[in-house]
Design a binder for this molecule. Structure first.
Ligand code: GLU
Length: 302
């Protein structure tokens, strides 16, 4: 009975955190304030005829962008209004403005970690911004502009957890991550002593952590810090990051013109202060000071 009550309390706490209601005594749950976000100047004269993706968007009249909807401060969707917000969403918006499309017209589509390559290959989306690590295996299927941010794999546990302080403590522990993600693959190859559990999204993993179905959630610190900041009385991030996850903007592999135009856009918004301002209004709310963006890798087509 005690366990049932505790589980119920935790589920209610999570719901309160997710809906932004907060409980009395808990810190207010902040989201990006519209007045803190940069306003991106739309480059109305912009043309990119060499990019089939851009041409298709021009005919359509707006961009279709893939994103995450359940990652606080990075990419999250307000269930009441359907509006997306977060650092990745701001990156998507600044790119849109540079490509000549008003960011307000972006049609966001939620795509999970396992479905990103297919969505880009099928032309379901024009580009993807959602904690998407650049690596050689993925580069065989899609192109990557950027990187625009450097994250690292980490661990989220319940606040009262004493045994798990880093990846070396995972033997026999149930650890949840998203199917098709690099953290899942790393746990599989480098920490086979852990009992791996996979779901489509990290939000389901966090539900499972709060209800004692798993002992830890592992993915990028940028994602975990968001969950921890939303439910600080229940959750904490432990240890130091144990991988390098350079985030890229996914594009169709053969569309080099689009990839390089997005590289230009990122460089321009990093130089004019938009990047830092967007960070401060989103992921910066999780308490981590703004890092410097990593160097953009304009790799040759091939
Ligand atoms: N950055 C990692 C990846 O691209 C984990 C986060 C995610 O699943 O989006 O797989």
């Amino acid at each position: 009975m005690k366990h049932v009550l505790r589980t119920l309390a935790l589920v209610l706490a999570l719901l309160a955190a997710v809906c932004g209601c907060g409980r009395s005594g808990s810190p207010p749950v902040k989201g990006p304030q519209p007045e803190d976000l940069p306003v991106y100047r739309v480059d109305t004269g912009f043309q990119l005829p060499a990019s089939p993706t851009w041409e298709r968007a021009r005919k359509r009249g707006h961009l279709v962008v893939g994103a995450k909807e359940d990652q606080p401060y990075m990419g999250s969707k307000d269930p009441a209004t359907g509006a997306y917000s977060g650092f990745d969403i701001e990156i998507a918006r600044m790119i849109s403005a540079s490509l000549g499309f008003d960011p307000k017209t972006i049609e966001f589509k939620t795509i999970s970690s396992a479905n990103r390559e297919t969505a880009l290959q099928n032309g379901q989306i024009d580009y993807y911004v959602g904690t998407y690590t650049i690596n050689d295996k993925r580069k065989k299927q899609v192109g990557f502009a950027g990187p625009y941010f450097m994250a690292g794999q980490s661990l989220l546990v319940r606040r009262g957890e004493k045994d798990i302080k880093g990846p070396e403590d995972l033997a026999g522990k149930r650890v949840c991550s998203a199917a098709g993600s690099t953290p899942y693959q790393r746990l599989q190859s480098e920490h086979p002593e852990a009992v791996l559990v996979a779901y489509d999204t990290y939000a389901v993993c966090v539900d499972n952590l709060l209800t004692y179905q798993v002992d830890a959630v592992s993915t990028d610190d940028s994602i975990l810090l968001g969950y921890a900041a939303k439910a600080p009385e229940e959750l904490k991030v432990v240890g130091s990051p144990f991988s390098k996850e350079p985030y890229g903007v996914g594009v169709p592999r053969s569309d080099t013109a689009l990839r390089l135009a997005i590289d230009d856009a990122l460089a321009a918004h990093e130089a004019n202060g938009d990047w830092s301002k967007a960070y401060g209004a989103t992921l910066g709310l999780s308490g981590r000071p703004a890092p410097r963006p990593p160097a953009i890798d304009r790799y040759p087509a091939g």
